[in-house]
Structure formats: C-alpha cells, structure tokens
Design a protein around this ligand. Structure first.
Ligand code: ZN
Length: 242
C-alpha cells in the first residue's frame, strides 16, 4: 500500500478493511481490499464526493476499485455511484427498479434537496445515476482475490425495501450495516421504511456478525454487538413489534 488509511483520513478496522466518514451528513463509505480487486461500500452524496472516495480508495488499495455495493437507495449512499464507472455494482434485488424509475429518482432528488444538497448537484447526480446490475436476493459471496471473500446479504426490508449488508470475515469480522444501524442519531424511518421487519433484520445482522464483530453504521462511530442489540430492542419498542 502506498499510503496509510489514517494519512487520508480513513479509519482502518482490520487488515485491508476500513471506512471514512463523509462530510455534512456523516455518511460512511467502506473499503475492502483484495488482490487486484477492491470493493467500495456506498458511494457518497454527490458525484464529486464519489470521485473523492474512489480516488482515496485507490490510493489505499494501490489499484483500481473493481466493485461497488450500495446498501440502500438513499441519496447520501448512491449519488456518487456514477464515479465508479467500470466497477461491478451490487444492490439488494429491486433497488434497480427504484433507481431506474422516474418517480424513484424524483423522490431521491426531493429528499436530497430537502436535506440541503445543492439542487444543481442533485440534478447532476440523478442524471448520471448508476443502477446496480447485480441484484442480491439472499446471500452472494464475492471473491476479491488473495483469499479475500466477502458476503453480501439482503437482510431487508427494514430501513428501506432494499437493504444490503456486507460481512467481511477476518479478525475482527466487520459488518457494514448501512442505515439499519445508526450511531450518531436515532435510526431514520422514512416513508420507504418497513418498521415491522426492522428488528428481524438486526437479528439477522447479529447472526451474521456474532458477538465479536465490529458493526459499522451508515452514520456514526463503529459499534459492537451489544449496541446493535440495544438498538434492535429500542426499534421493536418504538414500532410495537417483538
Ligand atoms: Zn438511509
């Protein structure tokens, strides 16, 4: 590796695994480095931010980003995706319909502008929006070479109808949770959330990662299994499900 994670303002979580917290909305972008391959998890809230994530990921990896996984179809996670031209793009099955549909794009744009993204940048991102061409139902093992395999798991619906988590085996194991888990604020349940299934999705995350994994929220600091379990119970109480 040519530079360290820390030199670029990224957080190293395990060998070849880390993430950064992007400005303004504190959205996580993750990176898993393989042999000649690299997976980025979530693309940031604009084309410019996506380009920065890609450039820094490639500096850390020492080679190009070959794969991109989108955890769910919200603007702060997908608007930078077009900066990953040439990468294999993954999402939970059905996400491609949301991102390709005129009304889905209009909703994304409205949400972005409502949350303070410049309207011009929102238009630019919507016009260029990348739709995942690999649609994950159940689980999908991705081989990044050099013995590095990651598991993409469709654990929703919960935060949205199309929630994808990424499990990276190792020591420690790392679970990229998307917005199924939030640390810097209450989990956001918008009109596209499926609250009745959310606690079950967190049960599935805990099953995948186990007690010793690092859980990386979509927003906020890295947490442990106990935090995820508490958030699961709080959501179950908030939404009146067991
Ligand atoms: Zn979200």
């Amino acid at each position: 590796m040519t530079v360290t994670w820390e030199e670029l303002g990224w957080e190293r979580l395990a060998a070849g695994v880390g993430r950064c917290r992007l400005p303004v909305w504190d959205c996580t972008a993750g990176l898993v480095v393989g042999a000649g391959a690299a997976l980025v998890i979530d693309a940031g809230p604009s084309l410019a931010e996506g380009s920065r994530v890609r450039a820094r990921a490639q500096e850390i990896a020492g080679h190009r980003v070959t794969h991109l996984a989108l955890t769910h179809p919200h603007f702060d996670h997908v608007f930078g995706a077009a900066a990953f031209a040439g990468a294999e793009v993954f999402g939970a099955v059905g996400v491609e319909t949301v991102l390709a549909a005129r009304h889905g794009r209009a909703d994304l744009r409205a949400d972005a502008v409502g949350n303070g993204l410049d309207a011009r940048l929102a238009d630019e991102a919507v016009d260029a929006l990348t739709v995942p061409h690999h649609h994950v139902s159940g689980e999908w093992t991705l081989d990044l070479g050099g013995g590095r395999q990651v598991l993409l798991a469709n654990v929703g619906p919960a935060h949205t109808a199309h929630d994808l988590a990424v499990l990276v085996p190792g020591s420690p194991e790392v679970v990229f949770c998307g917005d199924l888990v939030e640390e810097s604020g209450e989990p956001q349940a918008g009109p596209d959330a499926v609250p009745s299934h959310w606690p079950a999705a967190l049960d599935r995350l805990l099953e995948l990662g186990g007690e010793d994994a690092l859980y990386v929220p979509g927003h906020g600091a890295v947490v442990d299994a106990a935090f995820v379990r508490r958030q699961r119970d709080a959501l179950a109480g908030r939404f009146g499900v067991s």
